[in-house]
Ligand binder design. Structure first.
Ligand SMILES: Nc1nc2c(c(=O)[nH]1)N[C@H]1C(S)=C(S)[C@@H](COP(=O)(O)OP(=O)(O)OC[C@H]3O[C@@H](n4cnc5c(=O)[nH]c(N)nc54)[C@H](O)[C@@H]3O)O[C@H]1N2
Ligand SMILES: Nc1nc2c(c(=O)[nH]1)N[C@H]1C(S)=C(S)[C@@H](COP(=O)(O)OP(=O)(O)OC[C@H]3O[C@@H](n4cnc5c(=O)[nH]c(N)nc54)[C@H](O)[C@@H]3O)O[C@H]1N2
Ligand code: SF4
Ligand SMILES: [Mo]
Length: 706
């Protein structure tokens, strides 16, 4: 007789859409994964990646035990399985030894993107890091959303106060540098965005997409305008100029809480549509009508993501986007952009963040939230002197593939005295580690979306139990942090505070939160356990000024650092340079560097192609399928051409997260679909100088036949 099937309710944690899924299991096997129609946020939606929940769990390449790197008889490195106590002792000893000999700053830390999707890593990383108070902390934030955090800190007083586009109730949506139809949304938890866009345009609303590539999202838009990479700040500032020039400023409900309106008007006085047209490649008419339509719409949203964040003027763009929302009274307004009120309220629970309280040792880049820009990680390892990184800890990250000038980092990692990685795979980064500590599979631990309810277009909450029991002897990520923390504390004679498991922290957070003890909802872990599809807490509501964390609960839009950055824009926009501009690209079946080891997600034609516009191809004599060499100041690589009129002339696109198949990497399927890493040619010194965020988009490249 076959075993009975069991149903498990769960969130998919692979991207920010946090879709609810129903996983059917039989014994220790996953039988099916389907969308959960009862989830109040995702309403049954899933994307093709949801099946990866099973593939991750079953992947034979996923490490089940720690490994240690040793030189084999042939002189090559190999990885040997070791027991947990030995692995933890080894990892802690490496950290302690460096701290004792060179001080805490000689330990570097890099935390990658999945750490934000795994709540135990968020609640418990401090169990280790509080004993390693190094200035050399890094994360994927500085190749991603750093400008968003800064602008939220500056305007709203807290790094996590993100205005969330209220797409379901808007009339006009201006979207720059985002492709949610492929990415499923970012800093905007918006499951089933395709349906929501169709509903917007179906009810007569507009979606206007600004992007150098006619994306999957642009295909659904009412209007699409190509823009030259890295020039959006000019467009946005000229739109603000038009609002002032044509008397279209309308603060509405924000009237009594916004300062700096006059100063911003002065700063944009000369930034005319004519000026912006010359740089962006957009016409004066289009720029003016964008400003007019935005101001005329009853309810409007301006939103921009990776394409306007990881570029040369990322912080200026994100600031201008929010200033457009504010000057038209569309912030904190239904159908505009609103703040969430999550059940576990991180805005009340974690510090607001800070900026430029110290700088990186070699290049003097500013810290944000006690982290340095990862674009300077390699030089902090290779440059001798006091504070040089000698030991590196990485958790849930693959910076060799995901950070600019990744090949330099790849080499730098070999110069370390010691490296430890908390990761389930031997990938391009962790292959350098002396010891790799693999956590339980995602289905073996419980789940709460500590991060993404903060960004969701509706207030909901959901807690899910583990689908499978933890295997004998295995450790969760949080338990590994705890175990390392205890060992390091003991060796350094520091106090190791006892901690509670992540779910108890969530219980406390729920009880103390806005729907907790003493409220009508009375949420706690038990009430959530009883409704594993999630609990609806209603649509986003206006909350200003109470929600602001600025000292006087006011919004000062005339931020001096930002206004000074306009000078840099004026100085740098002029040097358009020659050659092509490189941008990135996401595919719905990718997820950064770690979704290529699952056959179901990589099958079909290779996706790591260089897309170019047909006119460029014709002029250069290139055809689809040809191999070309792409070179930048940082390096060069070879890729296959794909000619498509989705690309605007002069711009080429290559996805990131490829470049597998290197010696020692143990991801069998990915190694057979290696592609090339576009971060071979992105540049460590090409940054948004205001924030320190990497400018991964808009890199100047030349292309020749290979
Ligand atoms: N399928 C899939 N989903 C993902 C991920 C993934 O790898 N694959 N990654 C997840 C992560 S970590 C993130 S941060 C999000 C990102 O989410 P999004 O930002 O929505 O995704 P991207 O595809 O990076 O969209 C960036 C867009 O900016 C455009 N662009 C590039 N340069 C410029 C420019 O100078 N100006 C303008 N206006 N546009 C420009 C690109 O053409 C691209 O369409 O996606 C998440 N979801
Ligand atoms: N050129 C270019 N570069 C980019 C981007 C781009 O658009 N263009 N996008 C950038 C963006 S937005 C981001 S977020 C970064 C991502 O950069 P990273 O976070 O550095 O890289 P990922 O590819 O997400 O690597 C995730 C790693 O986490 C591991 N992992 C997965 N789940 C878990 C878990 O539960 N626990 C542990 N311990 N490990 C786990 C995986 O095995 C993998 O090794 O890349 C950035 N790099
Ligand atoms: S959109 Fe896809 S990857 Fe993202 S949470 Fe939903 S099912 Fe998972
Ligand atoms: Mo990201």
């Amino acid at each position: 007789m076959s075993e009975a099937t069991e149903k498990h309710y769960r969130a998919c944690h692979l991207c920010e859409a946090i879709c609810g899924v129903v996983i059917e299991t039989q014994g220790d096997k996953v039988v099916s994964i389907k969308g959960d129609p009862d989830d109040p946020l995702s309403r049954g939606h899933i994307c093709p990646k949801a099946v990866a929940l099973q593939d991750i769990h079953e992947d034979p390449d996923r490490l089940r035990k720690p490994v240690r790197r040793v030189r084999g008889s042939s002189g090559q490195y190999e990885h040997q399985e070791i027991d947990w106590p030995e692995a933890l002792d080894l990892a802690a000893a490496g950290l302690v030894d460096t701290i004792q000999r060179h001080g805490v700053d000689a330990v570097g830390i890099y935390m990658g993107n999945p750490s934000v999707h795994n709540y135990g890593m968020l609640t418990h990383q401090s169990a280790l890091f509080r004993h390693v108070r190094t200035r050399n902390r890094f994360s994927a934030t500085s190749v991603d959303q750093l400008p968003h955090h800064l602008v939220s800190l500056w305007l709203f007083g807290h790094k996590l106060l993100f205005p969330i586009p209220d797409i379901d109730r808007t009339d006009y949506f201006l979207m720059l540098g985002a492709n949610p139809v492929a990415s499923n949304g970012s800093i905007w938890t918006v499951p089933d965005v395709r349906k929501r866009i169709k509903s917007l345009t179906g009810r007569g609303g507009k979606l206007v997409v600004i992007d150098p590539r006619r994306t999957e999202t642009a295909e659904l838009a009412t209007d699409y305008h190509p823009v030259r990479p890295g020039t959006d700040a000019a467009l946005l500032l000229a739109m603000i100029h038009v609002l002032y020039r044509d008397g279209l400023i309308q603060l509405r409900q924000l009237e009594t809480i916004v300062d700096g309106v006059e100063a911003v008007g002065a700063a944009v006085a000369n930034l005319t549509p004519e000026w912006a047209a010359a740089h962006t490649g957009m016409s004066v008419e289009v720029i003016e009508s964008l400003a007019h339509d935005f101001a005329a719409a009853d309810r409007a949203i301006c939103y921009g993501r990776m394409g306007v964040s990881t570029q040369r003027f990322g912080a200026l763009c994100q600031w201008a986007i929010q200033v457009l929302n504010i000057l038209t009274g569309n912030l904190d307004r239904e159908g505009g952009s609103l703040f969430t009120l999550p059940a576990v309220d991180q805005v009340m629970g974690v510090g607001p963040g800070g900026f430029d309280r110290h700088r990186s040792r070699v290049r003097g880049l500013p810290e944000f939230d006690r982290e340095l820009p990862v674009a300077c990680l390699a030089e902090e390892i290779t440059t001798p002197g006091e504070g040089q990184i000698r030991t590196l800890f990485t958790g849930a990250g693959n910076p060799v593939l995901s950070t600019p000038a990744g090949e330099d980092l790849d080499e730098a990692l070999e110069q370390l005295d010691f490296m430890v990685s908390l990761d389930p795979w031997i990938n391009e980064t962790t292959r350098h580690a002396d010891v790799i500590l693999p956590p339980t599979s995602p289905l073996e631990h419980d789940h709460y979306d500590l991060a993404f309810h903060v960004n969701a277009l509706r207030n909901t909450t959901r807690y899910n139990e583990a689908v499978f029991d933890k295997p004998e002897g295995a450790l969760h990520d949080w338990e590994i942090f705890e175990a390392l923390g205890q060992r390091v504390a003991a060796a350094l004679e520091l106090e190791a505070r006892p901690s509670m498991p992540p779910h108890s922290i969530i219980d406390l957070g729920l009880r103390a939160g806005p729907y907790g003890d003493g409220t009508e909802d009375g949420l706690n872990l038990e009430t959530l356990r009883a409704q594993p599809s999630g609990i609806d807490l209603g649509p986003l509501k206006p909350q200003l000024p109470q929600r602001l964390r600025t000292p006087e609960q006011r919004i000062d839009i005339a931020q001096s650092q930002v206004l000074s950055d306009v000078e840099r824009l004026l100085a740098q926009l002029g040097d358009a340079g020659s050659g092509y501009r490189l941008i990135g690209r996401r595919h719905v079946r990718d997820c950064n560097s770690w979704m290529h080891n699952f056959t179901r997600l990589v099958k079909g034609p290779g996706r790591c192609t260089l897309q170019v516009n047909p006119d460029d191809a014709r002029r250069e004599g290139w055809n689809s399928g040809a191999q070309v060499r792409i070179s930048s100041r940082g390096g060069s690589l070879q890729a296959e051409l794909e000619v498509t009129d989705d690309m605007m002339p002069g711009v080429v696109s290559l996805p990131h997260g490829y470049g597998h198949g290197r010696a020692g990497v143990k991801t069998t399927v990915a190694n057979n679909h290696p592609g090339v890493s576009c971060n071979t040619i992105t540049e460590a010194d090409y940054l948004d100088e205001l924030s320190g965020n990497a400018a991964l988009n808009g890199v100047q490249v030349t292309i020749t036949a290979a």
